[in-house]
Write a new protein. Sequence first.
Length: 97
Amino acid sequence: MEGGMRGVVSDKRGLLRRLRRAEGQVRGIRRMVDDDADCADVLTQMCSVVGALEVAAVGLIGRHLKECVAEAIASGVDTTDAEVRAMSDVVARLLRS
């Protein structure tokens, strides 16, 4: 991202909370695999982690658009196209994953 992580600061605690939750879910999945849990149950938990990370990513994208892109537009500085292009690239990578 052109603007770095500027937009994260305003909701950093919420983002960190979501990431810690996803991290805990991954540890749980690892334990399930160690314990030879049912594949369907493991995959269900994996889907939950992916979903949690997608929600975090969408929130981060929204925050970036609201703060960084809006700031670029309001400032009149010719960085708006670069900010939008950078975010478009990130969204495209997210959709491919």
